[in-house]
Design a protein around this ligand. Structure first.
Ligand code: BJW
Length: 234
């Protein structure tokens, strides 16, 4: 079968070999922090300084890493793909963006950051988004509204992921769904494979090891993303 409509979901595993820690490994990103202390709206209300500091450190760390062979292989695919290709990333880093800037994608390409972006912030009063390349203070005033404060443009637990309508539409229309470097622990992203299956798509998982949802895929290929992604896409 020739595939035309492709949805690719990526998670922290695709950026691991660039030096960005994953979430659920023993030495993962939240080592030293309980997830509830940093990645919920309640945590931000309780201790904005802790939460801003956590994201400030990750923004600084992002400046020290580069896209890897897996990001570049996806960018090369997007540059040559003549059908629809939606790349949905759960990652808040900008490594896909940088890889695609180096190899401009075709007209049918969309990149969606469903869990937000580390290098953006939004106003708590209006929701307006702006670039945020550097640090934010705990009580950073909003330029958009006198009552607002700027917060990381990140989807925390209990908040609605971004662009869900566009993602659902692409899943309903897709004939190939590929999941890369995600544990299947967080919804709604972990449910995308079932939605793609309902649409009749072939489903493929590329991950270092078995994930929580490996059984739901038609095919799984295990190994580091810098090897299995270029290998699968070539
Ligand atoms: C490699 C590799 C290499 C390593 N090569 N592979 C019960 C209570 C409360 C809430 C819920 C509940 N049940 C369900 C919920 C909902 C909740 C949820 O799913 N909770 C679960 C914990 C159960 N979800 C939400 O709240 C979401 N919102 C929501 O549901 O809104 C309502 C809604 C209703 C209807 C429709 C739609 C929505 C929001 C979720 C927000 C997630 N945010 C985070 C934090 C972002 C902030 C930050 O970055 O600081 O996003 S959580 C964190 O997990 C982050 C990630 O994007 C996400 C997924 O993690 P990921 O990418 O899978 O990473 P890991 O570390 O888990 O896995 C890495 C994988 O890579 C592993 O398998 C490795 O083996 C592999 N790997 N090295 C290839 N080199």
């Amino acid at each position: 079968m020739i595939h035309r409509n492709l949805v690719i979901l990526t998670g922290a595993g695709i950026s691991a070999e660039s030096g960005v820690p994953t979430f659920r490994a023993d030495d993962g990103l939240w080592m030293g922090h309980r997830i509830e202390d940093v990645a919920t709206p309640e945590a931000f209300a309780r201790d904005p300084a802790l939460v801003q500091d956590f994201y400030n450190r990750r923004r600084r760390q992002l400046a020290t890493v580069q896209p890897n062979a897996a990001h570049h292989a996806l960018a090369a695919l997007a540059a040559r793909w003549t059908g629809e290709l939606m790349l949905v990333t759960q990652n808040v880093d900008d490594l896909h963006d940088r890889a695609h800037a180096a190899q401009p994608p075709g007209a049918g390409f969309q990149l969606i950051h469903m869990h937000g972006e580390l290098l953006k912030a939004h106003c708590t009063a209006t929701g307006q988004v702006q670039d945020c390349p550097g640090d934010l203070e705990a009580d950073h005033p909003s330029p958009h509204h006198p009552a607002g404060r700027m917060r990381p443009h990140i989807v925390w637990f209990g908040e609605m992921p971004l662009h869900m309508e566009r993602i659902e539409a692409a899943l309903e229309a897709c004939d190939l769904f590929v999941s890369i470097g995600t544990s299947g622990a967080v919804y709604p992203a972990a449910g995308f494979v079932q939605q793609a299956r309902l649409a009749g798509a072939r489903t493929v998982e590329l991950n270092l090891e078995s994930s929580l949802i490996s059984d739901l895929f038609d095919e799984t290929h295990h190994g580091p993303a810098t090897e299995v992604v270029p290998g699968f896409l070539s």
